[in-house]
Design a protein around this ligand. Sequence first.
Ligand code: CP3
Length: 329
Amino acid sequence: MRQAGRYMSEYREIRKKYSLLEICKQPELAVEVTLQPVIAHKVDAAILFADILLPLEPMGAPFSFEAGEGPVVHKPVRSAADVAALRIIDPEEGLGYVLEAIRGVRRELDGKTPLIGFAGAPFTLASYLIEGGKSSNYAIAKRLMYDEPEVWNELMSKLSEVVRRYLRAQIEAGAQAVQLFDSWVGQLSLTDYIEFVQPHVRTILSDVEKTGVPVLHFGTGTDHLLEAQRDAGGTVIGVDWRTPLDKAWKRIGYDRGVQGNLDPILLLASEPILRKRVHEVLERAGGRPGHIFNLGHGIIPQVPPDAVTRVVEMVHEYGIRPTPATSAE
Ligand code: CP3
């Protein structure tokens, strides 16, 4: 999840001097920010500092982050001609700075903490491209999906090919797991997911899983989609915080891992309730191997960094994670 960010003073210091995109595009800065939560909170894995939208610019759809508005795509993609103009990029050329940051983080972490790379899933990327930014109802994207399915499928195919290449390139550069962020896919009904999204996600994941590197398949608001997301692929399926983890895992099947699922807003609650809910997630995981403790979504800027450090400690203290010494016996 977004573990670096505005809730951390170290991050805000760097953001005084550089924009978000400048940090992403300068590997030394991206490496530094990637390491901030590892140093501050002692998390078990680093997540690369980048953004899911980065591939859009080299594909031919530049965007910027506007204060208070989030991402804005300068010329939204809404017609067959707009889709035809998008380029299927070579990640080394268009996104070489991300791959360079991965190599740099791996050097710095020196095998002590694993690094997770990531990309946006085609639906979530398409929603930004078509809407031109954030949306509450995805009306423009859904209309295109329903009424111009050929244009929709062409756009999804292009995005899928870029994401497939990009995730493979990240793995080659040294990412030890990769996460596919389908953050907004919960907006779709099961019928629409199966018809308009699942085949594209399956194309990406069936290929990336051949590398043998774990693939985390993430979404929010996905209670109704869990089985369909599992069928699309992923070594580990992200579980929304509104679904009890044990019920989700049973539905997904114990042959897959699960990730989640603390409500990120609990980081604002007092310590006893926070601890209770952290323990509840761990109890629902039941000590089975294959649970990655995580928040259900990103950390909001109001969160006190101490709460994050405490959650990491709570998970470690819970004590069901075998230490290297005991697991070697
Ligand atoms: O943990 C880390 O080290 C952070 C790396 C990271 C970022 N974006 C940097 C970022 C990751 C994993 C992402 C993924 C991302 N980006 C997603 C998928 C995950 C999710 O949260 O659903 C999405 C949908 C985006 C698109 C995006 N980027 C939005 C909607 C915004 C604006 C949000 C806001 O709060 O204004 C961003 C900006 C962004 N990307 C920030 C960070 C740390 C906010 C901080 C900043 O502006 O400096």
